[in-house]
Design a protein around this ligand. Structure first.
Ligand code: PRT
Ligand code: ZN
Length: 296
C-alpha cells in the first residue's frame, strides 16, 4: 500500500469509546472539523487524519496498514489476534485509561459453582469465541462454545446456554438477568494500537510527537498538584503519605519558623483518605489541583 505523508488513526464512529477517543485526541491539541458526516476527517493543525470505523474493524485496518494507528478496546484486539493471523501484526502501544471492563464467565445465580472444572460439559454463550476457546484450552476444560453476536446475557434464560462469557463493567446487566460473575478472564480498557509495518522517517517522527502528547495527557489526568502547610517535623511522614510523590518544593512560611509550605506533584490518584491522613500528620490548608499538561 502506498504510504501517504499523513498519519491515519481509526477510532470508533459511534458507541462507548467514540466520544472519549475524540476527547483524548483533542486534549493532545488535535483539532478536527467533525460537523459533516464523513468517514475521514482531516486534522487542521497536525499531519493526521481521523478515520471513523466500527470497533470490530479497527484491528484489521491497522494490521493491513489502511491506518497506522487505532483506538479500540483491548477485548477486541485480543479476540482478533487469537482468531486471525493477519491481525497479529498489530502492536498495543498504550493503555488509555477509559472504557474499562472485563471479559468474564458468569452463570445463573442458582447454579452451584465451586471451581473451574464445574465448567466441563456446559454450553457457554459468547461473542468472543476465540478468547473463550483459548481460556478453555489453557485450563483443559471441555465445554461447548455457543457463538452469539449480541444479547449474550439472555442466553441462559432462553435455555440456549448454561453460562456466558461476556463483557462486564458495573455488573448491573448480569444482576438484572439473574446471573453471577464467577471467573474474570481478561481485564480490558481502550488501548492505542499501531501497525507493525515500518513507517517512513517522516511518519515515525509524527508518531513520536503524538505519543509524547498522549503520554502527557494521560499522565496529567492521573496526576494532581498538592499544596499544604505543615510543621517542619512532619515532612518525612507527609512524603510517605502522598502517593507517587516526586521531590516536593519546600518553602518557609512568613511569621512561623516551625511551619513550612509543601508543594508537590502526586503521580497517582489522590483519594479522600490520603487527605485525612495528611490532616492527621499535621497538614492544614490542603489544596489538590488538577494538572492540564505534563511534558517530561
Ligand atoms: O458499532 P460498533 O461495533 O463500533 O460498537 P459495539 O456496539 O460493538 O461496541 P460498544 O460501543 O458497545 O463498546 C465498545 C467497547 O467499549 C467495547 O469493545 C469495550 O472495550 C468497551 N466497554 C466498556 C464495553 C463495556 N464497558 C460494557 N459494559 N462494551 C460493552 N459493554 C456491555 C456488555 O457487553 C454488557 O452487555 O455492557 C453490558 C454490561 O455492562 P454492565 O455495566 O451492566 O456490567
Ligand atoms: Zn462492535
Amino acid at each position: 500500500m502506498k504510504e501517504s505523508n499523513r498519519l491515519k488513526i481509526a477510532i470508533q464512529k459511534s458507541g462507548r469509546l467514540a466520544e472519549k477517543s475524540i476527547a483524548l485526541l483533542m486534549k493532545c491539541g488535535l483539532d478536527f472539523d467533525l460537523r459533516r458526516d464523513r468517514l475521514i476527517h482531516e486534522c487542521k493543525d497536525f499531519p493526521i487524519d481521523l478515520m471513523m470505523a466500527r470497533d470490530d474493524d479497527i484491528p484489521e485496518y491497522v494490521a493491513d496498514g489502511v491506518c497506522q494507528l487505532g483506538i479500540v478496546g483491548r477485548n477486541i484486539v485480543e479476540e482478533k489476534i487469537t482468531s486471525n493471523k493477519k491481525a497479529q501484526s498489530v502492536q498495543i502501544l498504550k493503555n488509555l485509561g477509559f472504557g474499562g471492563c472485563r471479559l468474564s464467565i458468569a452463570v445463573e445465580d442458582r447454579a452451584a459453582f465451586v471451581s473451574k472444572s464445574d465448567l466441563n460439559g456446559l454450553r457457554i454463550a459468547t461473542s468472543y469465541p476465540s478468547c473463550l476457546k483459548r481460556y478453555l484450552d489453557q485450563n483443559k476444560i471441555q465445554a461447548q462454545i455457543v457463538e452469539l453476536s449480541g444479547s449474550v446475557e439472555m442466553a441462559p434464560g432462553l435455555g440456549i446456554a448454561d453460562a456466558i462469557f461476556d463483557l462486564i463493567s458495573t455488573g448491573g446487566t448480569l444482576r438484572s438477568n439473574g446471573l453471577k460473575e464467577i471467573i474474570p478472564v481478561l481485564e480490558s480498557q481502550a488501548v492505542l494500537i499501531r501497525t507493525e509495518n515500518p513507517l517512513s522517517p517522516l511518519l515515525s517522527q509524527d508518531l513520536e510527537r503524538l505519543l509524547q502528547r498522549v503520554n502527557g495527557v494521560i499522565q496529567a489526568s492521573m496526576s494532581k498538584y498538592i499544596m499544604m502547610n505543615a510543621p517542619k517535623s512532619a515532612l518525612s511522614t507527609i512524603q510517605k503519605i502522598i502517593p507517587g510523590m516526586e521531590e516536593p518544593s519546600i518553602m518557609p512560611l512568613g511569621g512561623d519558623s516551625d511551619r513550612i509550605a509543601i508543594h508537590a506533584v502526586a503521580r497517582e490518584t489522590v483519594f479522600w483518605d490520603t487527605l485525612e491522613n495528611l490532616k492527621k500528620a499535621g497538614a492544614t490548608s490542603i489544596l489538590v489541583l488538577p494538572i492540564e499538561k505534563v511534558i517530561a
